[in-house]
Write a protein that binds this ligand. Structure first.
Ligand SMILES: NC(=O)C1=CN([C@@H]2O[C@H](COP(=O)(O)OP(=O)(O)OC[C@H]3O[C@@H](n4cnc5c(N)ncnc54)[C@H](OP(=O)(O)O)[C@@H]3O)[C@@H](O)[C@H]2O)[C@@H](O)CC1
Ligand SMILES: Nc1ncnc2c1ncn2[C@@H]1O[C@H](COP(=O)(O)OP(=O)(O)O)[C@@H](O)[C@H]1O
Length: 519
């Protein structure tokens, strides 16, 4: 059987050529799409075969990760599973039966008074024991309480011994989710408080949206997909996942290039309150190797930026759109603050962008300009990419007077659905949207979605969004690509820079270090 994996931290060594496709893209499905694909197979009696493949794949990954973590084989490994009453529990029982036959000491805690009958029989026949508590010596804990059949609220089973999850990292068992952590909504990633965070999720048939989006993305750990024969039955999906992969660098110049052919980026960034944002955005843009960076900002900001990056060309904030004649891309917003004069000058640039069709990234304070454009034009335009974090997206929901959108952006709510939220904003404003967070969701106005799971929580530090704006602006100035492609490249470069400075994920760096790591 083939088992495909999507490791959290991984990219090939070496550089990609200018023409190579940037990121490995994986199709992502909702739980309902997977269940619909299973249906014709279940209807024709293939259910046990699907479960057999799922269980074999689960056992394979448990064995592999146990031996990597412990540095020894499976013989004698103490593996315990929480088993629910449905097919998810059935997968867990069959997987433990495989592991028992390879010498592991396996135990199961049944969370209800019933369990998958054939799975239970196979488990017992292989020497598995049903117990009423989690043995303290457990090395691997398998969460097979509920999978895609999850409905309503999830309450963590009150099983004696489950406190071992609170142990120090070195003592804690490896937690493996069967298909997905129990209680995570397979479609949206919404999850209540009781969900057990997994180190590893082994999912069946296809990558599920709920494992990547929203809270689900922070609870699922490393991801593996086990193909179980659904491929032919899966629909074409508009949702794709990028893996963290060093992308094409924009700066591989051709012998015939000159500075204007390599892209001119116009930045409207920085104010007396936030000069650093302009430094970070300009620094990131310069590091990509874009042909020229022009900064439209107050004199004090320009001189600070130019003393750090003498290659940046400064123009005053009152510049007319003629200053943008050669611009191939524009970024409006990082560090602009709330000074009315600067905002009205930024508004003039946005007007020009909307008239001319120049590619534009609208970020931070620039997002406040949407309110006026809603009044004037009813939205933005497809040449614009907006890059809100969740708080900024909530403010956009208020501008749109869209309560449903606001509830989708509430990460604590069962209605949380960042993928649908990004799509909704993109559709309402007729622009592309990059919704920032631990998983970045990029949506086009046509409803295509790209997910990027950075697995770099160290990025949660002030200024890294400004760095991303600089990267995205440079990329859009350099190439004729759709926003989804530009965003895939941009977020991959952002994360790859973090990986270079912080391979261990310790998070001891600031946004300036991300810029330096891009050079
Ligand atoms: N279909 C196939 O052949 C294949 C399916 N596959 C596997 O099956 C999984 C789907 O199986 P499924 O449809 O049986 O649902 P499942 O996830 O076990 O949950 C249903 C059970 O959970 C319970 N439950 C519900 N809500 C709950 C809650 N809030 N809190 C607690 N419990 C709750 C509910 O119990 P009830 O409330 O009805 O008593 C019900 O009995 C899928 O994720 C994959 O692992 C693979 O083997 C490939 C082949
Ligand atoms: N927990 C996290 N894990 C991974 N990436 C994160 C996390 N939190 C934030 N990020 C990323 O860090 C960046 C922060 O951007 P933003 O909030 O706009 O910062 P700022 O406005 O201070 O520059 C975004 O790219 C976002 O996706």
């Amino acid at each position: 059987m083939t088992v495909t994996s999507l490791p959290g931290w991984w990219w090939p060594k070496g550089r990609y050529s200018r023409h190579q496709e940037v990121a490995m893209l994986v199709n992502v499905y909702t739980g309902d799409q997977i269940r619909a694909a299973e249906k014709p197979l279940l209807d024709t009696g293939y259910g046990p075969a699907l479960m057999g493949r799922a269980a074999y794949g689960l056992a394979h990954h448990i064995a592999h990760h146990h031996s990597s973590a412990r540095g020894r084989g499976l013989y004698g490994a103490r593996i315990t599973a929480l088993i629910g009453p449905g097919n998810n529990g059935g997968d867990g029982l069959y997987a433990l039966a495989h592991l028992a036959r390879r010498g592991a000491a396996v135990a199961a805690v049944l969370t209800r008074d019933r369990a998958h009958p054939e799975g239970l029989q196979a488990f017992r026949a292989a020497g598995g024991r049903v117990v009423d508590h989690i043995p303290p010596s457990t090395e691997v804990l398998v969460d097979a309480v509920v999978g895609t059949g999850f409905r309503g609220d999830f309450v963590r089973p009150q099983v004696p011994g489950l406190e071992i999850l609170n142990d120090d990292a070195a003592l804690r068992p490896l937690v493996v989710a069967c298909d997905l952590p129990s209680g995570v909504n397979a479609d949206t990633g919404a999850a209540g408080e009781g969900v057990i965070a997994a180190d590893l999720s082994v999912t069946f048939g296809g990558m599920k949206q709920g494992l990547i989006a929203g809270r689900g993305g922070t609870l699922s750990g490393m991801l593996h997909t086990v193909p179980i024969g659904l491929e032919r039955h899966l629909p074409k999906t508009p949702v794709r996942l990028t893996s963290v992969q060093e992308p094409t660098n924009v700066s591989s110049p051709l012998p015939t290039d000159h500075k204007y052919s390599r892209g001119v980026l116009h930045l409207v960034a920085g104010s007396s309150a936030f000069p650093g944002a302009a430094l970070l955005t300009a620094g990131a843009a310069v590091s990509t190797g874009v042909g020229m960076v022009v900064l439209q900002a107050p004199e004090a900001v320009r001189s600070r930026v130019i003393s750090a990056y003498p290659e940046v060309v400064g123009v005053p904030p009152s510049s007319t759109p003629a200053a943008m004649d050669r611009s191939d891309g524009v970024v409006i917003g990082p560090g602009l603050g709330d000074q009315p004069q600067l905002l009205s000058e930024a508004e003039a640039v946005l007007e020009h962008v909307l008239e001319s069709g120049t590619a534009c990234v609208l970020d931070a304070s620039g997002l406040g300009l949407i309110r006026d454009q809603l009044r004037r034009r009813g939205g933005l335009s497809t040449n614009v990419l907006i890059t809100p974090h969740v708080g900024e997206a909530r403010r956009i929901a208020v501008m749109l007077r869209d309560r449903v959108l606001a509830s989708m952006l509430d990460s604590g709510s069962a209605k949380a659905d960042p993928v649908e939220a990004a799509r909704r904003v993109a559709g309402s404003l007729d622009c592309s949207v990059l919704l920032k967070g631990s998983t970045t969701v990029v949506a086009s106005p046509q409803g295509e979605v790209l997910l990027h799971r950075a697995q770099a929580p160290g990025l949660a530090t002030a200024g890294t969004g400004d760095v991303l704006s600089g990267i995205l602006g440079a990329l859009c100035a350099t190439q004729e690509q759709d926003w989804l492609t530009v965003a895939a490249q941009g977020v991959s470069m952002h994360t790859a820079a973090v990986q270079r400075i912080d391979p261990e994920g310790r998070g001891r760096f600031g946004a300036s270090a991300v810029v330096r790591a891009m050079g």
